[in-house]
Every structure is written in structure tokens, then in C-alpha cells.
Design a protein around this ligand. Structure first.
Ligand code: PMV
Length: 361
């Protein structure tokens, strides 16, 4: 049974007066996808992801104790050094959701300063890096208030809070591989927070590369909350959730055995299944663009011709994540510049690889 009470921080009078905490947190890319949730931010199926290294959000949290306890949250938000009023409602509802676990929030006035190092509105989800960075800063403040709690408790609680900001954000705290959602074959797995993949990661996956091709930089046609909702009453939902559970069992073995061919089969099938779920929901969506399909076909051709282990995955949009072993870096980069850049929006792509999670600055 999941225990929420463990994350309720005890009230105390000894609150630090003021300070500043900064951290850097990465995005992550799911291999087995989370698509479908129940309240509040609980996944309908477990997911597993590679934590990234280069696509990050840097956040600084300044805090100052208020003279009197306020009855509302007191914060200002700067994005790339400028006020960002349209991000405030998201933070406001995040604070509201986590207040019960952090009863000191209304004792403070906060100034949150945040920047992403990947292009703004590039279609790359910034909510995973952004919400995990903010949760991490808040936990560092809680650490000053309750230094007696263990490091593993703080890690779990950071993931727990991040999840309440944006589901997939809970998988960004640690790396290189994390699992979120309770699964029969993964010890200690939980719907409440993500854990580090408990198995041994085979050396074939060391420094695994992720080159993100920016196919379409337009605003998302469907937000992920709307997308998750479409799994309620979806004709294939039950079967899909079973499939995700089976894929996690298989991937657990594959990540330890190093069988990249089997890895490719699951990862590509998961990407296409995610999009198949969107195409068969009501209302229905096609989030891939013609260039997405062209790249997928090019990747298949390249694999066929060269015996490469290059494969693709997708999130809920048109952009493509190309996953491949570090030893193929040179050849794949040549292939990308020779044949794939033409399909990218203004020729843009981002070179990333698996990383280790959130860091204090
Ligand atoms: O964290 P959300 O609510 O933005 O959902 C993310 C959903 C996918 O990116 C499509 C899949 C995943 O597991 O990250």
C-alpha cells in the first residue's frame, strides 16, 4: 500500500530566514511510455526512461521568510531573466498541490528564476526538467529545515513532488535509467515516485546517445493532460496498459543482457503504439508530420543497409529521438548531416546522451 503520510513534513518554528538555492535538472525520454493517468497524477501503467544530460533547466530559488503568515502563495517568476506571467498559474497549482507535504510554503516569499538550455518552444517538453528543478530546490530548503531526514528520503520526496508538477518529471531526478509506476518485477517500484532502475545496466548502453531531431516547432496540437484524459474509455486502454507492463518486464532483462536488437524492437513499438493510441482515441489526433515519417523510413533503410543499431522513439509530438550506441557516434552523425537534417525545422537538432539526474549548483 502506498503511503502518502511519509511525505508530510513536520511543522517547525525554526525556519531559515532567507537564502538562495540553485540546481540544474535534465529532461528524460521514455522507452516504455506513460500515457493515461488517474487522479492525482498517478500513472495507469509503469514507464521507464533514459535520463538525459544536455537538455536541462537551471533554476534558482530565492526565499525570504515573511513577517506574517500569508494566506496565499507569494512568489515571482522570471524566465530567461524576464517576468513570465503565463507560467504562473502552473506554479500556483503546483504549490497548492504540494502544500500539504510542505507546510512551510506560505511562510515564505519566493523568487524563482529559470532558464532552459534548449530552444524555447522547440517542441521539447520542458515540463520534466522545469518541474523537477523546482521540486529539487524546494527539497533543498526542506533539508535546511529538517536535516535529520535521510538522503534517500529526500530523493524519493523530490521525485514525489516533481510528479505532482508533471508526471514524467519524477523520472528526471536520478539516472541513467529510472522506473516510475508499480511493477511486479521491479523491486521498490511505486506509482508515487520514480526509482533508479534497480538492475545492472549492460555496458552496451553506457553513454547511449540521443540525438533529437526538431521536426516541428509549432505549439503542441494537444496538451499532454488532454492526451492522458483520452485514455479514459479508450477502446484499447486495458490491452495497452497490459502491454506496457509486459514491455517493462522484457526491457528489464534487455537492459541487463545488452541485447540491442530486442531493445530496438520494444522502443520503436512503444513509440508507434503511443501514437496509435492518439490516432484511435476520440477525438483523434495525428501528431506525426510527413517529415517524421520520412525520417522513420530513412532510419529503417539505414539500419537495413548498414547493420547499424540506430533506432527512434517519439514523445507526444512530431520530433524524433534517435537512440544509438556511443561507438556509432561518428557514422550516425554523418548519416544525420547527410540525410536527415533536410527534414529538420531550419536544420536544427540537439545532441544529447544519457545522464545522471538533477544536480545542486
Ligand atoms: O509528463 P506528461 O504529463 O507531460 O506526460 C508525458 C507523456 C509522454 O512524454 C508522451 C510519455 C512519457 O512517458 O514521458
Amino acid at each position: 500500500m502506498d503511503n502518502y503520510d511519509q511525505f508530510i513534513s513536520k511543522k517547525t518554528d525554526s525556519l531559515p530566514d532567507k537564502g538562495k538555492i540553485s540546481c540544474i535538472s535534465p529532461s528524460n525520454i521514455a522507452l516504455v511510455k506513460y500515457w493515461g493517468k488517474r487522479p492525482v497524477q498517478l500513472p495507469e501503467n509503469p514507464s521507464i526512461s533514459f535520463t538525459l544530460e544536455q537538455c536541462t533547466t537551471k533554476t534558482s530559488l530565492r526565499f525570504e521568510k515573511c513577517k506574517e503568515l500569508s494566506d496565499s502563495f507569494n512568489f515571482e517568476l522570471l524566465f530567461d531573466g524576464k517576468p513570465k506571467p503565463d507560467f504562473k498559474p502552473k506554479i500556483q497549482s503546483f504549490f497548492k498541490r504540494i502544500e500539504v507535504y510542505m507546510p512551510f510554503l506560505k511562510n515564505y516569499k519566493f523568487s524563482i528564476e529559470t532558464t532552459n538550455n534548449f530552444p524555447h518552444s522547440s517542441g521539447i517538453a520542458s515540463s520534466a526538467s522545469g518541474m523537477s528543478a523546482l521540486a529539487y530546490c524546494l527539497i533543498q530548503l526542506e533539508k535546511q529545515i529538517h536535516p535529520e531526514s535521510s538522503e534517500s528520503y529526500f530523493l524519493q520526496k523530490t521525485s514525489f513532488l516533481s510528479r505532482l508538477g508533471s508526471g514524467s518529471a519524477c523520472r528526471s531526478i536520478e539516472g541513467p535509467v529510472t522506473v516510475w509506476g508499480s511493477h511486479k518485477d521491479i523491486d521498490q517500484s511505486s506509482d508515487l515516485y520514480a526509482i533508479k532502475f534497480p538492475g545492472q545496466l549492460h555496458e552496451n548502453f553506457a553513454n547511449y546517445q540521443d540525438t533529437i531531431l526538431l521536426i516541428d516547432k509549432g505549439k503542441k496540437q494537444v496538451s499532454s493532460s488532454v492526451g492522458h484524459d483520452l485514455m479514459h474509455g479508450h477502446p484499447f486502454a486495458t490491452r495497452r496498459f497490459e502491454q506496457a507492463n509486459n514491455n517493462i518486464s522484457r526491457l528489464k532483462e534487455i537492459l541487463s543482457s545488452g541485447d540491442i536488437d530486442a531493445f530496438i524492437e520494444i522502443v520503436e513499438s512503444e513509440a508507434l503504439t503511443l501514437h496509435a493510441m492518439m490516432m484511435t482515441s476520440f477525438p483523434y489526433f495525428i501528431l506525426m508530420k510527413p517529415n517524421t515519417l520520412s525520417v522513420i523510413n530513412k532510419v529503417w533503410e539505414y539500419r537495413e543497409d548498414t547493420g547499424s543499431k540506430l533506432c527512434f522513439t517519439l514523445d507526444a509530438g512530431a520530433n524524433i529521438h534517435l537512440l544509438y550506441p556511443e561507438e556509432e557516434l561518428k557514422e550516425v552523425k554523418e548519416f544525420i548531416t547527410r540525410e536527415l537534417v533536410a527534414y529538420c525545422h531550419k536544420g536544427q537538432y540537439i545532441c544529447d546522451k544519457i545522464g545522471l539526474g538533477t544536480k545542486l549548483l
